[in-house]
Design a protein around this ligand. Structure first.
Ligand SMILES: [Zn+2]
Length: 168
């Protein structure tokens, strides 16, 4: 799977086109990505978001395996959290005017491959209410989530309107 630069909006998430969803941490072996250390407290906060992540109204937007690892899949424990190199779900961090979307293995990219997310993402994670709390859902909706989630209820553009059959 090709990577995405941080801030890209062409996510493989349903109805993300034209929404406030922004990619963070979609790394791939053939791309340059920012490297550096992050604070342990940020990593712990991100882990706790991942542990209780809010789930969007679709089953799975695709698997995302780490191709930076040289040999197959790996997994590491950080405290009581298991960070695997592959992921089949996303982590949503609402930030007021945007929603950051990462593969769940962003923790693996940070822990194993020294990926350093941009400061605005780190600030958003630290300010984000606990996943699935009322405050989180409120922030998600006001950060563009209301419009995005509404897309799931509407027929895609170009869908013909059903008309009554005149022969019955
Ligand atoms: Zn890896």
């Amino acid at each position: 799977m090709p990577g995405l630069n941080d801030g890209d909006s062409s996510l493989a998430v349903p109805f993300s086109e034209g929404s406030s969803l922004i990619a963070i941490g979609w790394l791939s072996v053939n791309m340059d990505y920012p490297k550096g250390s992050v604070s342990k407290s940020f990593f712990d906060t991100l882990s706790s978001h991942a542990r209780s992540a809010w789930r969007p109204p679709y089953a799975c937007a695709g698997f995302h395996d780490c191709d930076l690892c040289q040999f197959g899949r790996s997994s590491a424990r950080h405290g009581d959290h298991e960070c695997g190199s592959s992921s089949n779900s996303e982590l949503f961090i609402p930030a007021g005017d945007r929603i950051y979307v990462s593969p769940m293995n962003i923790l693996h990219y940070i822990g194993a491959h020294w990926y350093q997310p941009p400061p605005e993402y780190i600030a958003a994670v630290e300010a984000c209410p606990p996943q699935r709390s009322a405050a989180y859902l409120k922030l998600l909706l006001s950060s563009g989530g209301r419009k995005w989630l509404k897309s799931f209820d509407e027929p895609p553009p170009g869908t013909p309107i059903k008309q009554a059959n005149p022969n019955t």
